[in-house]
Design a protein around this ligand. Structure first.
Ligand code: ITT
Length: 263
């Protein structure tokens, strides 16, 4: 195993130990009331299934020191973040699971700004640790476009009304017709708001090339067009994608930072 991989594994293990210790230490009970949002109940205990099922009706959900709410409406992002975070001891809660319906206007001009906007909007409603993800694809020959507009690329107006993954990919392929420089980056910024609402951001980048046709049926979004070596990221297994992806890199940044907080 390469030294880089060993170091990454070490950082992940340290992060997991940190979360475990934090969980062991916490035993107080705090109830936070929200005006028109759900109520987060901090107990330091594992949540029971029955509490989970009542989230929407009760406007309450249980929060242990390991709980993190994922501030995204993109279920593929939730899936990727969950599969990376849960093995490290995080208790991942999606917006759907806590019964919180929220759309945040992405008015920022950088991934960092938009990730923070999304994290803050959700933190204001739940007052417990939150992770938001703003990500996209930046194509060198297109001056970095679609960048922060990746989700809205094929849509109408500033909200990108009507954009879909399929239309985005078709538009990108058309824009790249006859272009020889195909270099591109997937970028992900994870905004983490801790229990006190202090913001921290972590950026991950994955370098690749825009393909000439869609390949593979895994992943989501621009994956079928994003080539790393001779495979698209839609042809990688989940583990292979996490090991090289922009999201994987940003999450490893967060986990290493959490581990450093132990001291
Ligand atoms: P939220 O804002 O609710 O998180 P969203 O899908 O609108 O969901 P973004 O604004 O961050 O998220 O847009 C991300 C865009 O970049 C969207 O078009 C994704 O399909 C694409 N994208 C991000 N990560 C990707 C990945 O790992 N593979 C393929 N496409 C990705």
């Amino acid at each position: 195993m390469k030294l880089k991989s060993l170091l990454a594994l070490g950082a992940l293990a340290a992060g997991a130990v940190y979360l475990y210790k934090k969980h062991q230490e916490e035993s107080r009970v705090v109830t936070l009331q929200q005006e028109d949002g759900p109520t987060a109940v901090h107990t330091g205990q594992e949540p029971s299934n029955s509490v989970e099922q009542d989230f929407a009706e009760e406007e309450a959900f249980e929060v242990s020191p390991k709980t993190v709410v994922i501030a995204t409406n993109n279920k593929s992002k939730v899936e990727e973040l969950r599969r990376m975070l849960e093995p490290l001891g995080f208790q991942v809660r999606s917006l759907k699971e806590i019964g919180l319906s929220i759309e945040v206007e992405e008015t920022g001009s950088t991934f960092e700004e938009n990730a923070l906007l999304k994290a803050q909007a959700v933190y204001d409603r739940v007052k417990c640790p939150v992770i938001a993800d703003d990500s996209g694809i930046c194509v060198d020959a297109l001056g970095g476009a679609p960048g922060v507009y990746s989700a809205r690329y094929s849509g109408e107006g500033p909200d990108g009304e009507g954009a879909t993954d399929e239309k985005n990919n078709q538009k990108l392929l058309a824009a790249m017709e006859g272009v020889t420089d195909r270099s591109a980056q997937f970028v992900c910024v994870i905004a983490y708001l801790d229990a006190d609402g202090q913001p921290h951001t972590f950026r991950g980048v994955c370098h690749g090339q825009i393909g000439f046709e869609e390949r593979g049926d895994r992943g989501f979004g621009y994956d079928p067009l994003f080539m790393v070596g001779d495979r698209s990221t839609a042809e990688l297994s989940p583990e292979e994608k996490d090991a090289i992806s922009h999201r994987g890199a940003a999450i490893r940044g967060l986990v290493a930072w959490l581990a450093a907080q132990q001291d």
